[in-house]
Design a protein around this ligand. Structure first.
Ligand SMILES: Cc1cc2nc3c(=O)[nH]c(=O)nc-3n(C[C@H](O)[C@H](O)[C@H](O)COP(=O)(O)OP(=O)(O)OC[C@H]3O[C@@H](n4cnc5c(N)ncnc54)[C@H](O)[C@@H]3O)c2cc1C
Length: 167
């Protein structure tokens, strides 16, 4: 397989990383046989309008660096149900929903955007930094705690308490 960008011998690169991919690569004759993904961010606020509310990817799709899209959509659903139960009208519930979700979603939108170049860049320097800093963070307790908080979908930013795990 020589697909991907013109002149790119992507198959050779993949086989160098993991020879077990050979059987799969044999089935691919040209770039037309593979799907290329494109990322885009959805940025909006508030996440409601007049008798309409946006949740999940429709409200805040991001690139998949942190693997949190489904988690965030589930928290949206919980918070929306709580707001409807707590407020006297749907209009008030939607206002409360947009306000409540702002910090949590804002953190993940910011973090995903900031990390995208680390994971998707062609820069060797950035890749070098990523491959050293991320494994080392396992041994630095504060950094490890923060990474766990972020990867379970509970983080709300550097100075804010995480979401309580009971949600
Ligand atoms: C490759 C990949 C890997 C991912 N990995 C992770 C991960 O590890 N962890 C994680 O948390 N998230 C992950 N995500 C993100 C996660 O899949 C999404 O964030 C999540 O599915 C968003 O849920 P949603 O319900 O908002 O949207 P969707 O899951 O996209 O659901 C929207 C639904 O609406 C339907 N629909 C669209 N238009 C219409 C219409 N006009 N009428 C009726 N129905 C319609 C669609 O068919 C679809 O079923 C990943 C995403 C991708 C692409």
């Amino acid at each position: 397989m020589t697909g991907g960008q013109p002149g790119c011998r992507c198959g050779d690169q993949i086989l160098r990383l993991d020879p077990r991919a050979e059987g799969m690569l044999d089935q691919i004759d040209d770039a037309g046989a593979v799907l290329f993904s494109r990322y885009h961010d959805v940025a909006m606020w508030p996440w409601h309008g007049d008798r309409i509310v946006f949740v999940g990817d429709a409200a805040h799709a991001t690139s998949p660096q942190l693997g949190q899209g489904a988690n965030l959509a589930l928290v949206d659903a919980v918070e929306l149900a709580d707001a409807i139960a707590a407020e006297g009208s749907i209009a008030d519930a939607l206002v409360a929903y947009s306000r409540t979700r702002r910090r949590h979603l804002g953190f993940y939108q910011f973090a995903t955007r900031a990390l995208t170049p680390l994971f998707q860049s062609d820069s060797r320097a950035i890749g070098w930094i990523r491959d050293r800093v991320f494994p080392a963070s396992r041994w630095l307790r504060p950094l490890r705690r923060r990474m766990i908080r972020t990867m379970i979908g509970a983080d709300r930013g550097l100075l804010r308490r995480p979401l309580p795990l009971a949600i």
